[in-house]
Design a protein around this ligand. Structure first.
Ligand SMILES: N[C@@H](CCSC[C@H]1O[C@@H](n2cnc3c(=O)[nH]cnc32)[C@H](O)[C@@H]1O)C(=O)O
Ligand SMILES: [Zn+2]
Length: 430
């Protein structure tokens, strides 16, 4: 057995306490063996004076949208997608997606994220990048049927099912998959009725955007005479493994329904603020027993992939939404970015305990900005930034050591992304 010892750090435990300990990892199994005073094995990673946390889990994103970062800002969702994003995405090639995903993964490894849930185009290219970079991911092809003829629409959903079936368990088990219809409004009811049973039969989790804007909720209520998530339940979308993105405009009936079905919500506060979609009632959801995770959404509506920014945004927005400064407190957002996200997407990461996946990030606390250290959970929620991350470990393998990413050529990734982004936008604007 090959082991890795992360030595002498202050370790964040699942109950949000902090303990001075070593973490011993079984690199062959990719799991945590022991947390405590460990004598065995050479010191693999020095964490003296550092804070060791579970690798953060970005439970909803469109990673290759890094290529569109800063391309179109300051618009609401509908206009932003239809006028700016979709026309450019129509020109995307698999190579663009590969290059954009490498850029996103580089940013995530550097900011302590070890696992992400992605919904995008050309997912085999995304899977290859996950494989080559050592990340963990929950992937799915985003299917849209609006504006398509019946044959093309059915093909979209078949593609999403086929990808999920083929790639589940890929990259030595670091890839899991889901059926990912884009949203309740961009996929027609007849297609949900036809394909959701097939996804359920195949045992696939389901992930989609829901209740993101008021403009999306109102027509659904008019059409179906019930709340959007009641409609989602009618068509079989709310299973125990399912998780929705956003859930901004949700009411108490819907929170109860989510809790009952065991369907999780991935909260994306930065995207919701930037697109002025609204304030998700996160504290209400938590109080109702809904599992809540955290995601950045794509880099074009955020505009970064740092989960530290997302935790801070979630705490701030959660308080405003509840009109209560004690709502969505520091331990709650740290839990959301770790155990909450992991539970939402069904991976056994997000906790430093024997048996869990060895996905970790080590944070350098030796910063004026992080002084003094009254409460390190408070620091995680409010003060740490992605660039404070010193080492990143996923599945027992070191992906970044002393701020050097080992599984990607940083300069090449940045150069390729710059070139591909420029050429992509040129093609779209021709
Ligand atoms: N096969 C689909 C692709 C869907 S991938 C997922 C889509 O979600 C889009 N997206 C990004 N952010 C958001 C959001 O906040 N809400 C809804 N869609 C988004 C993204 O641009 C991408 O088009 C097609 O033919 O268009
Ligand atoms: Zn999204």
């Amino acid at each position: 057995m090959t082991t890795l010892r992360i030595a002498d750090g202050q370790v964040l435990r699942p109950d949000m306490t902090i303990e001075r300990a070593d973490v011993l990892v079984d690199q062959d199994a990719g799991t945590i063996l022991d947390v405590g005073d460990v004598d065995e094995g050479d010191v693999g990673l020095d964490a003296e004076g550092d804070l060791v946390i579970p690798g953060l889990v970005n439970a909803h994103t469109h990673v290759a949208m890094t290529l569109l970062r800063g391309y179109a800002d300051d618009k609401p969702l509908d206009a932003w997608l239809q006028e700016d994003i979709w026309p450019v995405e129509a020109e995307l090639t698999a190579e663009d997606v590969r290059v954009g995903t490498r850029l996103g993964v580089l940013e995530m490894i550097r900011s302590g994220t070890t696992c992400f849930a992605d919904m995008y185009f050309d997912m085999p290219a995304v899977a290859e990048v996950v494989e080559e970079t050592g990340m963990r991911a929950m992937l799915g092809y985003g299917a849209i049927t609006v504006g398509q003829d019946d044959e093309a629409a059915r093909q979209e959903l078949q593609d999403s099912l086929a990808f999920a079936k083929e790639y589940d368990g890929a990259a030595d088990g670091r890839i899991s998959t889901a059926f990912k219809p884009h949203s309740l409004t961009t996929v027609g009811e007849e297609y949900y009725r036809e394909f959701v049973p097939e996804a359920n039969e195949a045992g696939l989790p389901i992930h989609f955007h829901a209740n993101e804007t008021e403009g999306e909720v109102d027509p659904l209520v008019d059409e179906h005479g019930e709340r959007p998530l009641e409609y989602a339940d009618d068509v079989g979308l709310l299973g125990e493994d399912s998780f929705i993105a956003h859930g901004v405009h949700t009411d108490a009936t819907e929170h109860e329904l989510l809790a009952e079905r065991g369907t999780a919500v991935v909260h994306c506060p930065a995207s919701n603020m930037k697109l002025a979609s609204g304030m998700a009632p996160v504290q209400d959801m938590l109080d109702a027993g809904v599992t809540v995770g955290l995601g950045t959404d794509g880099a074009a509506s955020n505009n970064d992939l740092s989960m530290f920014d997302e935790m801070r945004d979630a705490a701030m927005l959660g308080k405003l939404a509840a009109d209560d400064a004690s709502a969505v407190d520091a331990p709650t957002v740290v839990e959301m970015a770790t155990q909450g996200s992991a539970a939402a997407i069904g991976v056994d990461s997000g906790r430093i305990e024997p048996g869990a996946n060895a996905d970790l990030a080590v944070i350098d606390l030796d910063e004026p900005r992080l002084t003094p250290g009254h409460d390190l959970v408070s620091h995680l929620a409010y003060a740490v930034t992605g660039s404070d991350v010193r080492h990143t470990v996923c599945d027992g393998q070191v992906l970044m050591r002393d701020r050097t990413v080992l599984t990607l050529d940083e300069q090449q990734v940045v150069q390729d992304a710059t070139e591909h982004a420029r050429a992509l936008v040129d093609r779209a604007e021709e």
